[in-house]
Design a protein around this ligand. Structure first.
Ligand code: 5CA
Length: 437
């Protein structure tokens, strides 16, 4: 892609409500544009990054055997009345009437709808367990939408639902998701801590929030440093190993302020290992048994011929929130630092261009074609602008590698800069290897 063709409306004027770095940087680099309070359009740069995050989330769901589907954004109020949540959900739910006067709503989550789908098709223990998920827009009429994509009214969420015959097997599904979450956040370059959490309007008595450390997070967190030392690779994908994994990870003290108790914290964690900071909740998983299956009459025949309410869990990841959360976890001053797995481009070529010297641009074009042939996603800055303005812009955008075509790039040796600031002179072959690795 040529920068001159890319729709990337970089702006300097920031609205006063953009208080945290991710919100400011996303607006400045034209990743998003607010359409009304807590509702955003995703412009090409932001959308591309969100799609990459979505794909990693999808792959890790598929890896544990969850199956992708798609439910609508608009739901009928009837099933919510059956579950009893229609009134409980209160003003956060956006309620709509269709032309026949039927009560509809824009889904804030999908426990009811998925249970309704499930009860009409699955009747026997033989079809269990099942895990289904979709990645779809949600709407919650938050009292105070803020911090850009972190607390929106309309947001993109992966929500998965597990169905099991009994509690023991439902907890195995829970552990699989727990594992998928750790893997997902690791691939996104994040260290997410699982924390025992309150269940709020979703319900149930077993729940973990996955929280990443960031000063601008909304949750205050208290944790034991040692949790970061656990090697995930030692756990295998089988029920016993996954149960051990959850046991080991949750044996360390890690809570948000809702569950904090100072004397327990001091007793459980040495002063030197105590982390007290803020965090961003990027995922939340719940086991709630038959909270929805019972009122919605979602029954399956057990092996003994009894009718049982199916045991369920639900598992959310804030896909759109993750775009902001990654920025918060990685930025340095005005430099965005995308992990390679979600970076909008693999590399950017920055030639020094002037009216009477087009040699650098020609050279840059050649490299561009070479890299494209290797399936490297490359951005070429073909805009006629001075180099310091270009560098500022690319620091903002945060592509992890830069090839700079100026006085220091001679013959087949090129100035190559990593986003952490290290500069080297490398041949194109070496550059390709570096990017591919
Ligand atoms: N039904 C359950 C699990 S599927 C559920 O809705 N859980 S949740 O309420 O915790 O949301 C899941 C994730 O969505 C959260 O961990 C958070 O990352 C994201 N999320 C929730 N509310 C918002 C919001 N207002 N703006 C952006 N992301 C949000």
């Amino acid at each position: 892609m040529f920068l001159s063709k890319l729709f990337i409306p970089i702006t300097k004027d920031l609205p006063s409500e953009a208080k945290i770095k991710s919100h400011q940087l996303m607006l400045r680099t034209g990743m998003i544009r607010q359409s009304s309070a807590g509702i955003y359009s995703w412009l090409p740069l932001g959308f591309k990054i969100m799609k990459k995050i979505e794909q990693i989330v999808r792959e890790e769901q598929n890896n544990i055997g969850a199956q992708e589907m798609l439910m609508p954004t608009i739901q009928s109020a009837d099933i919510w009345k059956e579950s009893g949540r229609y009134d409980d959900y209160g003003e956060e739910m956006l309620r709509i009437k269709d032309r026949q006067g039927r009560e509809m709503l824009y889904g804030p989550t999908n426990e009811e709808l998925i249970t309704e789908i499930f009860r009409s098709s699955v009747k026997s223990y033989k079809s269990l367990p099942q895990m289904l998920y979709h990645i779809q827009w949600k709407f919650r009429d938050e009292v105070r939408p803020r911090f850009g994509v972190m607390r929106c009214r309309e947001f993109f969420m992966k929500d998965a639902y597990s169905f099991d015959i009994d509690e023991a097997s439902a907890k195995k599904s829970y552990n699989k998701m727990f594992f998928a979450y750790l893997k997902t956040f690791k691939r996104l370059g994040l260290e997410a801590i699982p924390m025992a959490a309150d269940t709020g309007p979703i319900g149930g008595d077993l729940s973990h929030e996955f929280v990443i450390l960031a000063e601008t997070g909304e949750s205050k967190i208290y944790a034991d440093k040692k949790i970061f030392k656990i090697e995930l690779d030692k756990f295998k994908f089988n029920d016993d190993s996954l149960a051990n994994m959850r046991k080991e990870l949750t044996s360390f003290y890690a809570v948000t302020d809702e569950k904090f108790n100072k004397s327990e914290f001091d007793k459980a964690v040495n002063k030197s290992d105590q982390i007290i900071t803020k965090g961003i909740e990027v995922g939340h998983i719940f086991y709630f048994g038959d909270k929805y299956s019972k009122p919605l009459n979602c029954l399956v025949d057990s092996q003994e011929g009894k009718k049982n309410s199916v045991k369920m869990g639900s598992y959310g990841i804030g896909v759109s929130r993750l775009v902001g959360a990654i920025i918060e976890a990685k930025y340095n001053k005005d430099i965005m630092k995308w992990p390679k797995s979600v970076s909008p481009f693999d590399v950017v070529i920055i030639p020094s261009i002037s009216k009477n010297n087009t040699e650098n641009l020609t050279k840059a074009n050649k490299i561009y074609q070479e890299l494209k042939k290797q399936n490297i996603d490359v951005l070429l800055d073909d805009v006629d602008e001075n180099m310091s303005a270009k560098f500022k812009k690319h620091d903002l955008i945060g592509v992890p590698y830069q090839i700079i075509i100026g006085s220091k790039s001679k013959g087949d040796q090129f100035e190559f800069k990593e986003v952490n600031g290290e500069t080297q002179t490398l041949s194109l072959k070496e550059i390709k290897e570096k990017i591919k690795n």
